[in-house]
Design a protein around this ligand. Sequence first.
Ligand code: SF4
Length: 318
Amino acid sequence: MNKLDSALMLEQFLSKGHKQTDSEKDADIILFNTCSVRKHAEDKVYNNLRMLKPLKDKNPRLIIGLVGCMAEKEKSLALDKIPFLDIICGPNQEHAIVDAIDEITKNRNKVVKTGEGVPPAKMAARTSVNLSEYILAMKGCNNFCSYCVVPYVRGRETSRPMDEIVEEAKMLSEKGAKEIILLGQCISSYDDRGNRLSHLLNAIHYIEGIKRIRFVTSHPAYTAEDVFKAMQDLPKVCPHLHMPAQSGSDKILKAMNRKYTRSDYLKLVEKARKIVPEIEIASDFIVGFPGETEADFEETASLIKEVRFINSFVFKYS
Ligand code: SF4
């Protein structure tokens, strides 16, 4: 999601005549697009920002900004930690980042832009298109898993209209994209006036130039059979499901507010494999969640052995 947000912000700058540089020494504007899903990621951003102090001292006109989820979470508190920051801009305000920076250039003031913004960005212009391209299908999340900041910093779920997404896929295909990766924090809940993820996959499948379609991230409580059927019926939809289990222990899943049990997860995997025999499933896990005992950990380990994931992102709780 952050990669796409960065690409779309870069497009805004390029379309207004800015140029990209690889060297921070040549830059007039340096923005950190951030993630606050783990404390460690936040610490790294603050450390990297502090390292820019000598550059800012040398060139006070250099604009330094904190963008993305960490900006939304920290708001003006970030200024207490990094007083030389010029702009703090949350993920729902990034559509207006260039205007905000123009204002700073003109008035030499500090700007804090957070809170709910406009609905998910309309089709964004893309000057350079890769073989594989992300499209934002929906933003936000309604799930409030107890460890997760997303609903607080990205807001509630909002799905983009299906026809707008299909138009964007056509535009990307005409510019050379062959693979589309649909993004949503909880893509399983995509809903545009009754059009669900399976309908969206069907609609994109019929764009000639597109050869592969993927989607992330699937939530086990909302992933439905129609998606597996679409995967089986539509050859361009890759038989790959990123569906985080997070834990194999019912006690920990409850504490995480994940809304499914170990047995629900295993049944869903069984159903997916029955409908799409070649499917590969990937997962995320958090270990050391508060209250996790050795026995809970062993249940997670046994779930991993039982499901045989193609890959997993495993993090210690932070
Ligand atoms: Fe966070 Fe994902 Fe849970 Fe939403 S479903 S609250 S994004 S972990």
